[in-house]
Design a protein around this ligand. Sequence first.
Ligand SMILES: *Cc1c(COP(=O)(O)O)cnc(C)c1O
Length: 429
Amino acid sequence: MSQPTEQKFATLAVHAGASPDPVTGARATPIYQTTSFVFNDTDHAASLFALEAFGNIYTRMNNPTQAVLESRIAALEGGTAALAVASGHAAQFLTFHTLLEPGDEFVAARQLYGGSVNQFNHGFKKFDWNVVWADAQDPASFERAITPKTRAIFCESIANPGGIIVDLPAVAAIAKKAGVPFIVDNTLASPYLCRPKDFGADIVLHSLTKFIGGHGNSIGGVIVDCGTYDWNASRFRYKTLVEPNASYNDIVMANAFGNFAFAIACRVMGLRDLGPAISPFNAFLLLTGCETLPLRMQRHSDNALAAARYLERHPKVVWVNYTGLPSSACHSLQQKICPRGAGAVFTLGLKGGYEAGLKFVSALKMFSLLANFGDTRSLVIHPASTTHRQLTDAQRTAAGVGPEVVRLSVGIEDEADIIADLEQALNAL
Ligand SMILES: *Cc1c(COP(=O)(O)O)cnc(C)c1O
């Protein structure tokens, strides 16, 4: 018999991790809307609690609908295992909770989703986990930020608010030299446009809320263990991975679970103790989103490129920052890291500053004014008056969102209607 060949992305997006329900024959993955699962007998119950057997206990820790979503994303990212949780921020929280001890540091690109900047600057400080900022456009700045306390490096593949592609192989090489895991938030790219593992990532995170769910109807997050970081060989003792665990009969995670120990540790300690579980219903909706991810991401990218080309030529637009345009400083990196397309999200600067920005977003009719991206629908926001309102002008400009900046998340509607809406709003200025 010939060996089965590895399935292609679009096939995995539809099938990975799922099979018809063995009891009912249901073809779609059922929503297992239950809190708890019956044990076969007392021995079975004991072995599940001791982590000697895999199985369902309680939906805070695992659930069959969630498990299909996890297998699907792990397959799309090329990882060994994944853990789905309540939100993208929960995925970041559990990742760092598993890696860091109080007093530890991690290096992160400064150009991140605004919520991540807050989480790292404020929420994490309460645990004495300390972020040291680097510049996403300057890989050497990551190396300069490393100290003896550094235990991880973090960046986004396509960095917020759009317009930057990180040189992942260069940052991965710095992480490798420093001996720490390289964590990539792949939310804006999705695994269809970029697979960070292929460029040296050890852990990949997503806000499933965005492109993977894709329809703007559910919050979720995921941690993907790429299986590439050798916890036992590390010169740093990541306690959660390499020390005997008193809450599980002194199991050592890295020994018991090998190349998927990180995903297991995030589940059986982080998720168990901190509790941000995903609901089975959200797991079902996000899984449904996965099935059309390749179709949607291609359409998002094609529509965004068409919109960016249109805007770049418009006399009321000063600049367009979209890595899919040859005018972008990141265009050659985009061709290397995200060759299928540059994604849905980009920024532009309007003549007329703050006032023009406000007027433009109010005049758009099909684009919805809201603080999200990765919806099927076209979305817009004026960061200076909303998400970045609390910052000073200097901070806003440093973050790439000065007063004149508008951010678009281009949807999957017809290209002609998207451009017509942009045109009528520009005419209104
Ligand atoms: C939205 C987002 C997050 C946070 O995800 P939530 O699901 O909103 O918690 C993290 N990183 C990026 C890049 C995001 O876009």
